[in-house]
Ligand binder design. Structure first.
Ligand code: C5P
Length: 308
């Protein structure tokens, strides 16, 4: 137990591959989800308080729910309930990950809050217990805790760490406004039904896993894929312009990140990433573009906070 504030830095993710199986009876889809943590971070600071309170800073702060829909609040409550204590904590989220952008920003905040509260309260939860709570909170939350690169099976929560043999350069085109993840999955099911396709069990691409292992950006570009992309484009057709702009600026691959609407571009190196970012910003097809690298570490206690 400590009374000093605890700050946890936690990364965004991109899905190098998102293979989506048929709709399950529980409303989820089985996935083969190749997660890569990328160097865009939120910071969650936990401070002792009389009652659970959430504050958010950053350019998109007004879009983050402050009620029980906030995954960070639910993370604190879940940990407190398991350890028979009150969730009397002030959580401050310094937000840099796009909100509802398909980059697991809400999941990052949940994983960050969990680790911050565990450290603040001296709960001493095991890694497995934290991962259990993460899986209860959402399909992407376990990956936000562990970071790096991993294959997510089940609904994405069953993780197998992956070896990455180099640094990959990515550019993210952040859109105005978010997309609802359930709505994108529903649209994916609707499009599949309309096309009367038989959906196979999702499998990770061996070529993609090999490209990650060897750090080969061109090979990775040839193997990336996102089964939610058609649905995201159907709900937000203008994303096609964003994807085309990045491709014309020299991206090795262009794809929607997760359920979107953020678009992700794989670049040859840092110079190419900067050029692609500039072209995207100048094109007016996105709100802003961010260049960064992957893989990035998972949720990490940092002191003192680097942002307020
Ligand atoms: O697990 P999470 O709360 O992030 O999921 C949000 C929604 O996304 C689910 O309610 C479901 O509609 C959809 N989803 C899905 N299959 C998955 C993960 C999420 O259908 N594997």
């Amino acid at each position: 137990m400590t009374t000093a504030p605890v700050t946890v830095r936690v990364p965004a993710k991109v899905n190098a591959q998102l293979a989506v199986g048929p709709l399950r009876a529980d409303g989820f889809h089985d996935l083969a989800n190749v997660f890569l943590a990328v160097g865009l971070y939120d910071e969650v600071t936990a401070t002792p308080a009389d009652a659970l309170r959430i504050t958010v800073s950053g350019p998109d702060a007004d879009q983050v729910p402050l009620d029980s829909g906030n995954l960070a609040a639910r993370a604190a409550e879940a940990l407190a309930a398991r350890h028979g204590r009150r969730a009397d904590v002030h959580l401050h989220i310094a937000k840099d990950i796009p909100v509802a952008g398909g980059m697991a920003g809400g999941s990052a905040d949940a994983a960050g809050a969990l680790l911050a509260c565990d450290t603040l309260w001296g709960t001493g939860a095991t890694r497995d217990e934290l991962l259990d709570i993460c899986a209860e909170l959402g399909s992407d939350v376990p990956f936000s805790l562990v970071g790096g690169a991993a294959l997510g099976r089940g609904r994405g929560e069953l993780l197998e760490p992956l070896t990455v043999g180099g640094t990959f350069h990515w550019v993210f085109a952040v859109a105005d406004g978010g997309l609802s993840t359930p709505a994108v999955y529903r649209e994916c099911d609707r499009l599949r039904q309309a096309a009367a396709v038989t959906v196979p069990a999702p499998e990770a691409s061996p070529a993609l896993l090999a490209a990650l292992r060897t750090g080969d950006a061109a090979a990775l570009a040839a193997a990336v894929g996102n089964d939610l992309q058609a649905a995201a484009l159907s709900l937000r057709p203008c994303l096609a312009d964003t994807l085309r702009t990045g491709t014309e600026a020299g991206a090795l691959a262009a794809l929607v990140s997760g359920s979107g609407p953020t678009c992700a571009f794989l670049a040859e190196d840092a110079d190419a990433a900067a050029r692609i970012g500039k072209a995207l910003t100048a094109s007016g097809t996105c709100r802003t573009a961010r260049a960064t690298t992957a893989p990035a570490p998972g949720a990490t206690v940092v002191a003192p906070p680097t942002r307020r």
